[in-house]
Design a protein around this ligand. Sequence first.
Ligand code: XMP
Length: 507
Amino acid sequence: KVLILDFGSQYTQLIARRVRELNIYSEIHPFNKIPTDLRDYNAVILSGSPVSVRSDEVLHPDLSNIRGEKPILAVCYGAQYLAHFSGGEVAESNTREYGRANLGYIKENEDFFENIHEGSQVWMSHSDTIKQLPERGVLLASTEDVENAAFKIEGEDTYAIQFHPEVYHSTDGHQLLHNFLIKIAGVKQDWTPQSFVEETVEGLKTKLGNDKVVLGLSGGVDSSVAAMLLHKAIGKNLYCIFVNNGLLRKNEFEDVLHQYEGMGLNVKGVDASARFLNALAGKSDPEEKRKIIGRVFIEVFDDEAHLIQDVKWLAQGTIYPDVIESVSATGGPSATIKSHHNVGGLPDFMKLEVVEPLKSLFKDEVRRVGASMNMDAMLLGRHPFPGPGLAIRILGDLTPEKVRILQEVDAIFINNLRSWNLYDKVWQAGAMLLPVNSVGVMGDERTYEKCVALRAVESTDGMTADWVNLPYEFLQKTSNEIINKVKGVNRVVYDISSKPPATIEWE
Ligand code: XMP
């Protein structure tokens, strides 16, 4: 297995993901908590960092048990760390070293660069630069602006790169990690979703013992897979609550509840539609709507959790992108774009400990884990759906009538995507009800009714997205069907904005 030492880079989890893509197990440990027993680790990766090796806050762990003992791949800060503390020189960079660059020189006959050729695009993101290699440093690659883009240490399996192989923009990043981990370090490729399930279930059994756990199911992939893992670990001690906030898709509450029961989960469906819709009445500000929904959800959930005797834990289906996106919401460095209500911890009054079995995984990995537990493919393939549901797709204030209209429109759109075999080609799709009326003519009558926007996007993680080029014929048929069948709608438009600068949801 691989030890990833985290120096605080925003990309550390991506390194872990790339390693898992090679079916290799990895563990992330903070740079200052290096495991004392290193026997089981076959390779070590040092992450990047927001800190400079030249600053007072420099992170300088003792790597003497690792250097020369284990194969090391030092990325970005890691590379600067090696240079700075081993006889090289790191200085502030005076050229642009952010974004795309191309490897202009690659040393020949190096396993590290096998199948990677000059011109290969790499992603840079650093403000310091390595001026001089450390002792025994051998230059392996350069870009136009960064001479010491990659080097190794003679006599050790220590490799260092100034760019980030873990981001997709480094087009040969996967190959480079493959070369380092498999060719150089000889790490076994035996991590699979099954092994994740086995280890996680064992871990949960030990952690939870005979304790009772409560979990909020949402109908989505993440909470469902989290529930299955916990169900395997603790069976009936897992109490699932599925709340109908009145903002779900058409028939979703009944259908999904039924499906959960079929999976053997101990689940209680709570219909709190009226409570949510009452609290939202007359509210049209997107953030206010989100906050109300978050608050009412917590109230409803708390009422239900109190009905379970001696519950000790709250389980959540948090996955890794939730953690990154909500950093800003909890006061991190980046601006708050939208306050996703399903992360951010739990209200004080609940006093439960939190268990999050999927916290290190990305969505596609969660799906693979679910599939390895034989969960239903339709459930696992479901598009993401926001916690606040249709509330953030009904622009402006909400009424039960608007919810009904949007449910009908959404159902036609989604069913058509399924019947045209387009559903699985789209990452997320939904309809938005716009707060404008426009004039139309139906038969001989003038109409003055609502407009809906359809949105379908491609994405890997929801952080960036592009609109999908759906066939004209599909759009034509869907638009006709919506206008003919859904009373109150006389116009359909298709959203052709990418994220950024737009977002996926309209609110
Ligand atoms: P945006 O609109 O920010 O959405 O581009 C990115 C992804 O996040 C989902 N989303 C949410 N999910 N609570 C959620 O659970 C929320 O408040 C929320 N807002 C957006 C959105 O559906 C998309 O998949």
